[in-house]
Design a protein around this ligand. Structure first.
Ligand code: TXA
Ligand code: MG
Length: 350
C-alpha cells in the first residue's frame, strides 16, 4: 500500500491537511496521528471493517480493546450506554487530556473495538491535530498506539514510519508528542475507581478528586486471565533488568555492571538519570540518559525513544534504573517493569 506522510503544524494544523486526513477516515482508511501522549493509529470507530484493518496493520491480537477518541465530552452519549455524573466531572477537569475512562459501551460501538467487553475506553486527547481530525471526520476515532504489536509506543513520527509505512494510508507528522507515555486508564464501573494502566495523568491528581483509587495493572506478562485486563507489552530483544535501590547503592551496582560488560566484551545498555551519569564515566558502554530525577516529565518523554535506540543498537542486555513511583514516574516504573518481564534487581540497605 502507498503511504503518504504529511507534515502538519502541531499548534495550528493546516485545514487542507486535516480535511484530507478526515476524508481517509470517513472512507474507511487508516490515519496515524499525534496525540499529547503517543501517536495513535486511527480509524472510524463505528466502522467495523476499518477497525479490523487497525488490528491487521499492527499485527495486534483481537482480544485487546481499543480506546475511542472524541473531540468533546458532549459526544460521550454516542459511545457510552450510561455516563455516571463522576464521568462528566472527571471529563470537565481532565479533558482534553491523558485520561481514558472505562464506561459501559453503547450498541453503536462494534464488539471488535472493545474485544467483546461490555465496556468501552474513551478519551478526548489534548492535541490540536487530534482534535481537529476527530471534528473534521465527524465520527469517534478508534486508535491504539501507532506501533507494531510488541514494540514501544511511538513518540516521534519516525517511529510511526518505521513501524507502519506501507500499512496505512496516511501518517500525519507533527513532530514529537508532548507527554511520551500513554494515557492513564481509569475504570469507573467498579465500586472503587481503579487505574488499569498508570499513564500521563498522575494517580495523585485523580485521588484529589476521587479519594482512594486502586491501582491494578494486571498480572505480569504470561497467560492472560481475561481480555482488557492484560495489556500487551513491549519486550526488548535484549533482557532488561529494572534496578531499584537507594541512589548510592544503585550507582555502585550500575558501575559494577558496566565494568563487567567491558571485561567480558558484552554490549550492554544502561538507562539512567542525569544524576547517575558520573558513575558510568569513561566506561565504553551504551548509555541513555532520560533526565533528572527531579524531572519525571522529561524522563517519561524520552523513555520509549531510548528503548527503540537500545533495540536498534542491538544491545545484549539492558540495566534500567527505577525512577520511583510518584507522579509521572509511576507510569515509567510500570512500562519498565513490563519491559523487564519481572526481572527486577532490588538492592538492599545502605
Ligand atoms: O495515550 C493513549 O492511551 C494512546 C493514544 C493513542 O490515545 N492509546 C493507547 O492505546 O495507548 P493502546 O491500544 O495501545 O492501549 C489501550 C489499552 C488496552 O491495551 C487496554 O489495556 C485498555 O487500554 N483498554 C481499552 N479499552 C478497555 C476496556 N474496555 N476495558 C479495559 N481496558 C481497556
Ligand atoms: Mg499500545
Amino acid at each position: 500500500m502507498k503511504t503518504e506522510v504529511l507534515k502538519v503544524n502541531p499548534k495550528e494544523p493546516e485545514p487542507e491537511i486535516i480535511a484530507q486526513a478526515a476524508k481517509v477516515i470517513r472512507e474507511g482508511g487508516l490515519v496515524a496521528f499525534p496525540t499529547e501522549t503517543v501517536y495513535g493509529l486511527g480509524a472510524n470507530a463505528l466502522d467495523e471493517k476499518a477497525v479490523a484493518r487497525i488490528f491487521a496493520a499492527k499485527e495486534r491480537p483481537t482480544d485487546d480493546p481499543i480506546i475511542v477518541h472524541l473531540s468533546s465530552p458532549a459526544e460521550l452519549p454516542m459511545v457510552a450506554a450510561e455516563v455516571p455524573p463522576i464521568a462528566f466531572k472527571l471529563a470537565e477537569l481532565f479533558w482534553p487530556g491523558p485520561l481514558t475512562l472505562i464506561l459501559p459501551k453503547a450498541k453503536s460501538i462494534p464488539d471488535l473495538v472493545t474485544a467483546g467487553l461490555p465496556t468501552v475506553g474513551v478519551r478526548v486527547p489534548a492535541h490540536p491535530v487530534a482534535l481537529a481530525l476527530i471534528k473534521a471526520s465527524g465520527c469517534p476515532i478508534a486508535a491504539p498506539s501507532a506501533n507494531l504489536f510488541g514494540r514501544p509506543s511511538p513518540t516521534l513520527p519516525e517511529h510511526v514510519v518505521e513501524d507502519l509505512y506501507g500499512r496505512v494510508e496516511l501518517i500525519l507528522d507533527a513532530g514529537p508528542t508532548f507527554i511520551g507515555v500513554e494515557s492513564t486508564v481509569l475504570d469507573i464501573t467498579r465500586p472503587t475507581p481503579t487505574i488499569l494502566r498508570p499513564g500521563g495523568l498522575p494517580r495523585e491528581a485523580l485521588e484529589e478528586i476521587l479519594g482512594r483509587v486502586e491501582v491494578k495493572t494486571g498480572p505480569m506478562p504470561g497467560p492472560k486471565p481475561s481480555p482488557g485486563l492484560m495489556e500487551k507489552h513491549y519486550a526488548p530483544k535484549a533482557s532488561l533488568y529494572l534496578v531499584i535501590g537507594e541512589n548510592g547503592a544503585l550507582r555502585s551496582f550500575l558501575r559494577e555492571k558496566a565494568e563487567e560488560a567491558v571485561a567480558l566484551g558484552i554490549k550492554r545498555g544502561f538507562i539512567i538519570a542525569e544524576e547517575d551519569r558520573e558513575s558510568l564515566r569513561e566506561l565504553p558502554v551504551i548509555v541513555q540518559v532520560l533526565g533528572s530525577l527531579k524531572d519525571p516529565a522529561t524522563v517519561a518523554r524520552r523513555l520509549f525513544s531510548s528503548l527503540r535506540i537500545m533495540d536498534a543498537l542491538g544491545v545484549e542486555d539492558i540495566y534500567a534504573r527505577d525512577f520511583g513511583q510518584e507522579g509521572l514516574a509511576l507510569a515509567v516504573h510500570n512500562r519498565l517493569l513490563r519491559a523487564s518481564g519481572g526481572k527486577v534487581v532490588i538492592l538492599g540497605g545502605n
